[in-house]
Design a protein around this ligand. Structure first.
Ligand code: ADP
Ligand code: MP5
Length: 297
């Protein structure tokens, strides 16, 4: 485990739903934290019956038990970074937002809305609560392109559109807005994620793997950012480490046989650390290292 100079172990909390299939949700988050040498803890918001083929059932947990889990952790263990994913029902969203308003460590908000198979993981009427209450507490927000469209109202067809949406998300309170490019036509064969910090656009890219095994990529990416932040990394450094980790996790799973549908990624890979990422630049991860280039826009 990663330890700070004063001896304390780096700790990450995930507030998210359970994926019985183990590829997304808290299962992905805890596997990721472990792979970053960070101690992982979880507050469950909902239980899903899910596999690589689809979501068979969703059961949000009562808000009292969501609150109780968080209190148990706060009273004893504490945490250095938080990631939020699937948030459950409206009462839980509001309770979690209120708690996050009082947290002093970085919070990564992954505004999960739908599963890969199209099943809703957030009720459409609760999107407004995520915009109004969760974006303002986000040190980093990590929507995919369809989620960024819903949060901003900006149709996203290109990298330019993704950049405009990142600006809008920053205006709504996200300190670092990351619009992920998994669902977007990127640059040639690259999957490009755009980051806006209020002043500069920074781009992180990796070759797009022609694979259906992308179940849980968003969960894995956002928890990797939180785990890196829990170790004291800066925001761009954390996003870069997460990009290298998800790129390797997707590539390593491309030929495996876990499940019959959208298989999970291989969480056993390790991140690559990019020290001193400069805002306003583009970094392409080639599987081994980052190559710095001029920004595409
Ligand atoms: N086929 C792929 N090859 C390489 N990287 C990918 C691929 N699909 C998604 N990614 C990357 O994985 C991360 C999660 O992206 P995305 O799939 O957009 O999120 P979500 O799982 O929330 O829909 C991003 O960094 C994205 O660029
Ligand atoms: C419990 C839970 N949370 C989140 C997702 C989204 O997964 P993805 O990372 O593929 O967008 C999921 N399928 N299940």
């Amino acid at each position: 485990m990663f330890r700070y100079p004063d001896g304390h172990v780096a700790r990450m909390l995930t507030i998210a739903g359970s994926d019985s299939g183990g590829g997304a949700g808290i299962q992905a988050d805890l596997k990721t934290a472990h792979q970053f040498d960070v101690y992982g803890m979880s507050v469950l918001t909902a239980v899903t019956a899910q596999n690589t083929v689809g979501v068979q059932a969703v059961h949000p947990l009562p808000v009292d038990i969501v609150r109780a889990q968080l209190k148990s952790i706060q009273d004893d263990l504490g945490f250095d970074a938080v990631k939020t994913g699937m948030l459950g029902d409206r009462a839980s969203i509001l309770a979690i937002a209120a708690e996050m308003e009082g947290v002093t460590c970085p919070v990564v908000v992954d505004p999960v809305m739908v599963a890969k198979g199209g099943e809703a993981l957030l009720a459409p009427e609760d999107v407004a609560a995520v915009i109004e209450r969760m974006l303002p507490v986000a040190f980093v927000a990590t929507p995919n392109a369809p989620e960024a469209e819903r949060l901003t109202g900006i149709p996203i067809r290109s990298l330019e559109d993704a950049a405009r949406a990142a600006e809008a998300l920053h205006r709504r309170g996200a300190r670092y807005a990351v619009v992920k490019g998994g669902h977007l036509e990127g640059l040639g064969d690259l999957a490009v994620d755009v980051v806006y910090d209020g002043a500069s656009f920074t781009y992180f890219a990796a070759p797009r793997v022609p694979s259906r095994k992308t179940h849980g990529t968003g969960c894995t990416f956002s928890s990797a950012i939180a785990a890196a932040l829990a170790r004291g990394a800066g925001a761009l450094e954390a996003i870069a480490a997460a990009k290298s980790y998800i790129a390797r996790a997707i590539a390593s799973a491309a030929d495996w046989d876990v499940g019959r549908g959208h298989g999970p990624t291989d969480h056993s890979v390790s991140p690559v650390w990019l020290m001193r990422a400069q805002p306003g630049r583009m970094y392409v991860f080639d599987g081994r290292q980052f190559v710095e280039t001029a920004p595409p826009l």
